[in-house]
Design a protein. Structure first.
Length: 350
C-alpha cells in the first residue's frame, strides 16, 4: 500500500506544480498584456483630456512664464479592464500607472518637467478608465503687451502625447471636467490679474518626421487690473503736464519763474520715469503706457521751447510776437495734447 501511495503522491504534487507554473505564466502573460495598448482595430485610441486648475501663481510678463497647480484628467476605454462588481458598492477599481497601460502626456510649453504628486487610474465595470494626476508646472506662453496696462492675456497649456504613442492616440477635450475650481478672491497670489475663465480645443498638428500629432490646447483668460497704473502713473504724469502749462499764464518778462517751472517739471518727469521703470515690462516695442509717457514728455519739453521763443522775442524788441505765441499756446497746446492722446488710443485700441 505504501509503495502505491508514494508514486501517487509524487504524481499529484508534480501536477500541482505544473498547474501552479501554468497559472503563474498565465498571470504573467495577462499582466504583460495589460501593459500593451488596448485593441483598437487599427484605429487611434480616443482619449478625452481635461484640466482642473487648482491655483495659478506668479504670472511674469517679462519672462513670459507662469506657475500652475492642476489636476490632469484623461479618459479612455479599455475592454480588458472590464469587471463584474463583487457587490453593489464596488463602483470602480483603482490601479497604479505601473500596473496598466495609460496614455503618457507631455506639456509642450513646460519650462521644466512637471512635479507630479498623487497619480491613480480608476476603472469602471465597463472598462472606462480615468487617469488622474495632481501636478505643478512652470509654463511659458506668448504675452501681447501692446495695450499694457489695459491688456488681456491668454495663458496657454499645450499637451501632446509622448512621441512613442503619437500614432496610437486621438485627443478630444472635455469641457465638462475642465474648470478653475476656486473663485477669484481665493487667488491671493494674483493681485494684479482678474481670472475670466478657461477655454479648450483640440486638433492635429504637423510634426516633422512623425506626421501629425494630437494636441489638446487650453487657454486661461486673464485681465489685468489697471487701477494701480491709473492712479500711480497716468494721473501723476497728467498733473505734471498740466503744471508745465502754467508758464503760458506767467508774464513774459518774468523769465525766472518760467525757467524754474519748466526745468523743474522736466526733471521731475525724468526722475518719475526712473522710479516706475521696475513696474513696466521690458519689451522690444512700445506699449500704450510707454507711448503715453513719451507724449507727456514731449509736451513738457515743448513748454521749454515755447518759453525760450517768447524770451528771445522779448529781447529782440518783438514782445508783441511773444505775447501772441503765449496766448496761442494757452489754447492750442492743451487741445493738441488731447488730440494726440485720442490718436494714441485709436492706434492701440481702435
Amino acid at each position: 500500500m505504501k509503495r502505491f501511495l508514494i508514486p501517487t503522491t509524487l504524481t499529484f504534487l508534480a501536477l500541482l506544480g505544473c498547474f501552479a507554473r501554468a497559472g503563474a505564466q498565465t498571470a504573467s502573460a495577462r499582466a504583460e498584456d495589460l501593459h500593451r495598448p488596448p485593441p483598437g482595430n487599427g484605429q487611434p485610441i480616443p482619449v478625452s483630456i481635461a484640466l482642473h486648475v487648482m491655483n495659478l501663481t506668479d504670472i511674469d510678463e517679462v519672462s513670459e512664464r507662469f506657475n500652475l497647480m492642476f489636476y490632469l484628467l484623461a479618459q479612455w476605454h479599455d475592454p480588458r479592464l472590464a469587471f463584474t462588481p463583487r457587490d453593489p458598492s464596488e463602483r470602480f477599481r483603482v490601479f497604479t500607472p505601473d500596473e496598466v497601460w495609460h496614455p503618457r502626456l507631455e506639456f509642450v510649453n513646460a519650462v521644466s518637467g512637471r512635479t507630479s504628486g498623487d497619480v491613480m487610474i480608476r476603472v469602471g465595470p465597463r472598462g472606462n478608465a480615468l487617469y488622474m494626476e495632481r501636478a505643478d508646472a512652470r509654463l511659458s506662453t506668448n504675452f501681447h503687451l501692446r495695450r499694457f496696462p489695459f491688456d488681456r492675456q491668454s495663458l496657454e497649456i499645450i499637451i501632446h502625447p509622448f512621441i512613442g504613442q503619437a500614432h496610437l492616440l486621438a485627443f478630444s477635450t472635455d469641457m465638462d471636467r475642465t474648470w478653475i475650481s476656486a473663485e477669484e478672491k481665493v487667488y491671493s497670489s494674483l493681485p494684479e490679474w482678474q481670472l475670466l475663465g478657461i477655454n479648450a480645443r483640440h486638433n492635429d498638428v504637423p510634426m516633422s518626421k512623425f506626421g501629425t500629432v494630437a494636441e489638446a490646447h487650453f487657454e486661461i483668460r486673464v485681465k489685468r487690473k489697471y487701477h494701480y497704473y491709473l492712479w500711480k502713473i497716468f494721473l501723476p504724469l497728467l498733473l505734471m503736464v498740466v503744471l508745465s502749462w502754467t508758464v503760458y499764464w506767467i508774464d513774459t518778462r518774468d523769465l525766472s519763474s518760467q525757467v524754474q517751472i519748466s526745468i523743474t517739471t522736466i526733471l521731475t518727469v525724468i526722475a518719475f520715469a526712473f522710479s516706475i521703470s521696475l513696474s513696466l515690462p521690458k519689451v522690444p516695442y512700445l506699449t500704450y503706457i510707454d507711448a503715453f509717457f513719451l507724449v507727456c514728455l514731449v509736451f513738457v519739453f515743448f513748454t521749454a521751447i515755447e518759453m525760450t521763443t517768447v524770451h528771445v522775442s522779448g529781447r529782440t524788441r518783438r514782445r508783441n510776437l511773444g505775447v501772441r505765441i503765449q496766448r496761442f499756446s494757452r489754447v492750442w497746446v492743451p487741445i493738441a495734447f488731447v488730440i494726440c492722446n485720442a490718436i494714441l488710443a485709436l492706434r492701440y485700441f481702435g
